[in-house]
Design a protein around this ligand. Structure first.
Ligand code: IPM
Ligand code: MG
Length: 353
């Protein structure tokens, strides 16, 4: 297969972890006889530094003309600590999602048996947890207008807006995903208080009959926040709006023991984007200590997305092997045991393809 892959390493550890994922992708191309062509582009703080814009037109063009995008991370302490900054790296990410029509963010949460003991939750609670969060990504309060401040600066407002079309398409994706898994769907909302949630719930109920084999449950977001860590193995597919999904997926990430292990896919109109769920971890940048596994597993999702299932599995098996043999970075190494650098972990996994 010929594949055009846009590479957006971004900030902080982004370039290092994307570099290792590319090494693994190259090993896949070599072994299975594919041709992957890469096109690199700027996004985030590094794009602001170079062009003044966190998502420059040139980057959008490269993404639009590619089959898939592999994304590292964005964010820089220079902006986090400056609430008055006019341009922020995060704006680039939001504009990119909107411009590429990436309306669903898919975050699988599975616990590697050999890492279950690293979770801050009790091992017996997290063992066997295996669910997927589907987060709506281009609507809701993130994008609703008006948004801003009153003239005197003492009142601020955001607007949460959802249309039937926006809700239906992401629910459809979640129902289909549940159909391909254990056939359970949890719709998370706050329908007891907010109007957009009531529309979500109404539409989900309308869709239920056409997915007869799926068991659907409705859960308020505050309750869901509790259930996800109290009994994570209860869930199969969770679907929710943008802001709730942002919060719940960070919460869910602690179940697995390390943020450095979790991949994600953002899908929608045409081009799909794959990225680790962790941030740019600026303190680790350039030190060869960042865990590349979340990005490498994102590359596995990328391969599966374009239909290369065997190749995706080969990547996952190599990651498993690295974990079993202890070729891991310090965040997941057992206390007192040797840990490896970003590049060593990447070479090991690429070498096992
Ligand atoms: C995420 C991040 C982003 C979001 C930030 C960086 C804008 O937290 O991808 O979950 O809130 O969507
Ligand atoms: Mg987030």
């Amino acid at each position: 297969m010929n594949l055009k892959i846009a590479l957006l390493p971004g900030d902080g550890i982004g370039p290092e972890i994307v570099g290792e994922a590319v090494r693994v992708l190259d090993a896949v191309a070599g072994k299975f006889g594919h041709k992957f062509a890469y096109d690199k582009a700027l996004v985030g703080a590094c794009a602001i530094d170079a062009t003044g814009d966190p998502y420059p037109e040139a980057t959008h063009r490269i993404c639009s003309e590619s089959d898939v995008v592999l994304f590292g991370a964005i964010g820089d302490p220079r902006y986090d600590n400056d609430p008055a900054a006019k341009v922020r790296p995060e704006q680039g990410l939001l504009r990119m999602r909107k411009a590429l029509g990436l309306y669903a963010n898919i975050r699988p949460l599975a616990v590697f048996d050999s890492l279950a003991h690293r979770s801050p939750l009790k091992t017996e609670i997290v063992r066997g947890a295996d669910f997927v969060c589907v987060r709506e990504l281009t609507g809701g309060i993130y994008f609703g207008r008006p948004q801003g401040r009153s003239e005197d600066g003492n009142t601020a407002y955001d607007t949460c807006v959802y249309t039937r079309e926006e809700i239906e398409r992401v629910l459809r994706l979640a129902f289909d995903l549940a159909a391909s898994r254990r056939k359970k769907l949890t719709v998370v909302d706050k329908a007891n208080v907010i109007a957009t949630s009531r529309l979500w719930r109404q539409i989900a109920k309308e869709m239920e009959p056409s997915y007869g084999e799926i068991e659907v449950e409705y859960m308020f977001v505050d309750n869901a926040a509790m259930q996800i860590i109290q009994r994570p193995s209860h869930f199969d597919v969770i679907v929710t709006e943008n802001l709730f999904g942002d919060i719940l997926t960070d919460e869910a990430s602690v179940i697995s023991g390390s943020l450095g292990m979790l991949p994600s896919a953002s899908v929608g109109a045409r081009v799909a984007l794959f990225e680790p769920i962790h941030g740019s971890y600026p303190q680790a940048a350039g030190r060869n200590i960042a865990n590349p596994m979340a990005t490498i597993l994102s590359a596995a999702m990328l391969l599966e997305h374009v239909g290369l299932k065997t190749e995706g599995r080969a990547v996952r098996e190599s990651v498993d092997l690295a974990i079993r043999e202890g070729v891991v970075t310090e965040d997941i190494a057992n206390p007192g045991e040797k840990s490896f650098g970003t590049t060593e972990v990447g070479s090991f996994i690429a070498g096992k393809i």
